[in-house]
Design a binder for this molecule. Sequence first.
Ligand SMILES: *[C@@H]1O[C@H](CO)[C@@H](O)[C@H](O)[C@H]1NC(C)=O
Ligand SMILES: *[C@@H]1O[C@H](CO)[C@@H](O)[C@H](O)[C@H]1NC(C)=O
Ligand SMILES: *[C@@H]1O[C@H](CO)[C@@H](O)[C@H](O)[C@H]1NC(C)=O
Ligand SMILES: *[C@@H]1O[C@H](CO)[C@@H](O)[C@H](O)[C@H]1NC(C)=O
Length: 945
Amino acid sequence: MPKTKPYPVPLLCFFALPPAPPILDFLTSFCQFIWRNFLNGGHCNTNLEIIKCIATPTCRCVDYHRKFKLDVEDLKSKLRDLNSRKKDVETQLQAEVCSQKQVKQQVEDWLQDAQRINVEIQQVEQRVDNASFLSRARLGKLVREKINAVDAILQRGSFPEGLVVDKPATALPLPVENLEGEVCVKEKIWGYLTGNEVQMTGVCGIGGVGKTTIMKHIHNELLLMESRFDKVIWVTVSYPLNVVRLQHEIAKGMKENLLENEDQQRRASELMEMMGRVKYALILDDVWQIFTLEDVGILRPTVENGCKIVITSRKVDVCKSIGCEIVKVSPLSKEESLNLFLDKVGRDILQVPELEGFWKAMMEECAGLPLAIVVIAGSMKGVTDVHEWRHALNELRECVKATTEGSEDEIFERLKFSYDRLQGSDIQNCFLSCSLYAEDYEIRRDNLVEQWIDEGLIEESRSRRAMLDKGRTILNRLENSCLLEKAYREDTIKMHDVVRDMALRIGPQFMVKARMKLIEIPDEHEWTENLEKVSLMQNEISDIPTNMCPNYPILTTLMLQRNSKLTQIPDCFFANMQGLKCLNLSKTSIESLPHSICNLENLTTLLLRDCRQLKHVPCLAKLKALKKLDMFKAGIDVVPEGIDMLVNLQYLDLRCPELVELPTQILGNLFHLQHLTVYSISTTLKIKGEELRGLKKLETFAAQLNDLQVLNNYAKSNHFKRLSNYQLVVGQVEEDFDPSSIDFSKEIRCVVDMVTSSSAFINNLERLYLDKLPNLSVVVNVEGVEATSPHILSNLKLFWMSECSTMKRLFSFELLQGLQNLEEITVQNCQQMEEIIGWEGEEENHTADATTTTTFTLPKLRLLDLRNLPELKRTCPTRGVMVCDSLQQLQIRECPKLRRIPLVGNVRPSPPAALKRIHIKPKELWESLEWEDPNAKNVLQPFVY
Ligand SMILES: *[C@@H]1O[C@H](CO)[C@@H](O)[C@H](O)[C@H]1NC(C)=O
Ligand SMILES: *[C@@H]1O[C@H](CO)[C@@H](O)[C@H](O)[C@H]1NC(C)=O
Ligand SMILES: *[C@@H]1O[C@H](CO)[C@@H](O)[C@H](O)[C@H]1NC(C)=O
Ligand SMILES: *[C@@H]1O[C@H](CO)[C@@H](O)[C@H](O)[C@H]1NC(C)=O
């Protein structure tokens, strides 16, 4: 029975590719249409337990009554059997589950089923007790149903292959550079970790010498060595030490959650208790300040508990005072340096013998510092010209000349050499601007590129897409030259802390105090007059003194975002910042924008994302230079005054939940708009279409349209054809609507009727969600459409359907021709669904010739998930096979009538090439499947779970 609660109103949504699919990128990979079906306000009746009342003759009723009593007894005794089995399983589990073993999914499911049936039967028993003589008869059927259900569960209740499986590794390995040299150091640390003498190790050495890299290797190897530690925890600590964050990160590393508790002592003791339950290895990377384990709540490692701590730090005294045994990391030997250098510069350099003298000399100048080698070799990659090498060598020698061995300068000057080699001031500026983020911060790649554009560091081009592409290219170059490095997540990047220090030295006109737990804005005297960029992001600044009116005439960038406690900015605050170009106040709690903002005539970027408290915005008419105004999820209910005067605006995000209307004339003057997104939960905010006519540069557009008519007209217009990304809603969006979040699919309930839609975008749909459409009978209604196009839905990747209760056949054979890009199919809770793929019309018309086999191909299908389809009989028609070589997972749950799953690979009799598992529940179903080709069953058998 479907457990999902009924949603009041279904929506219809399409996710589509642009008409002429450009290369999708990080920022704009979403294109979609969303409808709302206003017609269907009905709820689904989730209670399907309908008991038919038939008046019975009295004599039969007495008989019935006797039998009924027997049935009830039977039910009770079956339930007792089940419960004693359940108890056995639970007892056995208690003995077998340990830190390395976890309960099998199958067993967990079974226990849940057993629990559920207990509850259900309890309810039945109550009804039986209460029932009158006559109504008892009606309960008979129910009782017998329950007997069968208990039987079924009992039968599944033996687990000859055991109850538990090995746990997957508790943490993921970290991305890591090759480890060159440092083998002795590594062995020493390893010895301490596995032996008994030393419980706490301090790995020390100057920045860039490779401490973190060594520890990443050790971390990954510890993960493989499952039996030694229950948990291997990695936390990057950085400067300044934030005890609260440290506590939460450690808990997270143990896959636990620490309660949000104001009291540090309480948090510490909670953490300590958690740590006491496991044998842990804790690696604290990049520690700068002394702390005591007890204050944080770190359980002290001892010989008895077998736990270990390793700390890396540039400071020996820090490690010593925490109580660590010191392991010093020294620079690389000549040979090790050589290997690393060649790895990074590319070994094809060996093909050019004339260069040997140069690169060897250059390698020597790196003084065995792995970071310097990586960065310097990276910057010489692909260079084969002797002159260029000679020049570079001279430059490097110049840089290095003045440094003293063992000092921080040693590494900085070498890194600066790489920086100097970055060609073009734009790329250098982009690099420097990465240092505005907090130390060790994993920066999202798309945010970084966006920031470069916002700061004006990327040259103007005719389109946004061109600028984004340019930004991506710069990012790749910085990564290739090793000045930025890969972070944990694919879509993020980070700056090595030493490289960041170097960047901040080069840019003394920067003041960066990001994620430093500041509760006050730095004093005016800390702000020197020549400051160009100030970053105070991610702090806890709660207010700014009312008379603070700093004089920074050349400040161009001010980042105050993510100071969630900041509620007010004094009115005069921006009065002496006439040079300000980029201002980020996102994720602050300000209620109004200060008046002094009105005079920032050079301001090009104003970011107010997620300022949910923001209600008052002064007239913006004078911000003539403004190119970007981002108010996503800001609290305003009216459009800020003066927006229509911002003739240079290129980017306008007004997805403000409470916005009531968008006066038509506002868009009239904004000829340069490239990006326009407008949503609100208000029904009065609608676009009619005409307003857009003048926006000839628009590339990205997302909005609510007035009605289906407007959508259809717009979709046929030339304006629409120019867009490269769109997201259109007909009807109303819900609170918290954020189509870019992944949970989007869960927020929106969809329905579809393609006949009313223009085929231009139907074929570009990427995802289709259908939910609670009691009258839906076909996915694509091709009736009245001349000759079925083989391209219908040809871009569809994901299909999801739930509670479409009258749907009998999912896809017709004809429709299937188009679905060649489909990757995922999920169908659940459809009461009448009989087949997944079938012939149009009656099956008999197509099965006359009993000798031919029809092949149904879904070449990209990865997942087929069928759940709670009580009438489902087959996935494809008789004498048909499904060829799905990409299929990895087949999930079938609660489809009791299913008999045919003729799944094959292209090369028969092998199974689909990519197949990993077939999950069938209840498992007996597998045995009742029917096969035309008995081979097919045998080849699939090994995948069945
Ligand atoms: C569904 O069908 C029923 C009966 O045919 C009809 O009364 C009802 O209005 C339909 N609902 C919708 C949403 O079309
Ligand atoms: C049984 O009857 C009692 C008293 O009349 C009532 O409170 C209870 O809700 C009934 N239980 C069921 C399952 O109908
Ligand atoms: C502004 O801050 C928001 C919120 O942290 C962030 O997503 C965005 O990338 C920032 N933009 C710039 C240009 O700093
Ligand atoms: C805007 O910036 C330019 C230089 O970039 C400067 O000359 C001008 O004074 C600034 N505008 C204002 C209003 O200060």
